[in-house]
Design a protein around this ligand. Structure first.
Ligand SMILES: Nc1ncnc2c1ncn2[C@@H]1O[C@H](COP(=O)(O)OP(=O)(O)OP(=O)(O)O)[C@@H](O)[C@H]1O
Length: 256
């Protein structure tokens, strides 16, 4: 449990990353509270994935730092960092020659522990899959089922923080919606702090407590979904909000 004196789950401190002549992340400073669900939105190339990857050190900042529960991720013990952070990304990268159960248990196995079959069944149940899936091979799964396994794998080591990079991008809208809601439910049930990169403002507004809008490496809006829907956040944020809003209006007009 946390109390008022606990550090935020995540803190960016003037975090900056430059690739050649592109400032991908431009001195970002912000805190992410424990148990919050944050969506990172913005146009392609705005720096979302780069910022996310500074958390699990897939990207090392050129300057500034990232703190996980008050500790600089650069100085954190690597296996401990991996255990505390679950990571889900598009095209999840399951090992084709390993079964579902082996894929789910790969993180703990690397750390020298074997997940008991009851734990595999529990993780499968968490993503709405029957335990009979444990013995299947990745090629025997649909894209949506593979993404579910990716979520189960990310949760296998009981992480505190869940990072998701366009996790539902390649899925059909119905599967996408169902899996999004499932992840939000798991976020609540497991007391996670979740950061999700998405291109889809509707998904961000429906799932997150807080929406960060990026543009050219900067955070240009930091608002709740309610504030964004009330017109706050500035032009770039409102440009993104207008897409689902205009679609909803067009659908309503068709129905009337
Ligand atoms: N490894 C890299 N080498 C060189 N440039 C990179 C690298 N990774 C990202 N960039 C550049 O940094 C900028 C930010 O990229 P990033 O992937 O963070 O954006 P994004 O908002 O996540 O985009 P998308 O929504 O298309 O995934 C882009 O200009 C991109 O070309």
């Amino acid at each position: 449990m946390t109390d008022a004196s606990s550090p935020p789950a995540l803190s960016f401190r003037e975090t900056r990353k430059i690739f050649a002549d592109v400032v991908a992340v431009d001195s970002i400073s912000l805190d992410i509270a424990d148990h919050s669900f944050v969506a990172l939105v913005g146009q392609s190339g705005s720096g979302k994935s780069t910022l996310l990857k500074t958390i699990n050190r897939l990207v090392e900042p050129d300057s500034g730092s990232v703190l996980l529960e008050g500790e600089d991720v650069r100085t954190a013990f690597a296996p401990e960092l991996r255990r505390k952070i679950g990571y889900v990304f598009q095209g999840i990268g399951l090992f084709p020659h390993l079964s579902v159960a082996e894929n789910i248990g790969i993180g703990p196995r690397i750390a020298g522990a074997k997940l008991p079959s009851g734990r595999i069944a529990e993780l499968l149940e968490g993503v709405d899959l029957d335990e009979s899936y444990a013995s299947r091979m990745p090629h025997e799964l649909s894209g949506g089922q593979r993404q579910r396994i990716g979520v189960a794998r990310a949760l296998a080591a009981d992480p505190h923080v869940l990072l998701m990079d366009e996790p539902f991008g390649a899925l059909d809208p119905i599967t996408r919606d169902a899996l999004g809601n499932r992840v939000r439910a798991l976020h609540e049930r497991l007391g996670l702090t979740t950061v999700m990169v998405t291109h889809d403002m509707a998904e961000a507004l429906l799932l997150a407590d807080r929406v960060l809008v990026m543009d050219s490496g900067n955070i240009v809006a930091d608002n709740t979904p309610k504030e964004l829907l009330a017109g706050e956040g500035g032009d770039i944020a409102q440009g993104l909000v207008s897409v689902p809003r205009d679609q909803a209006k067009a659908l309503a007009a068709l129905a009337s």
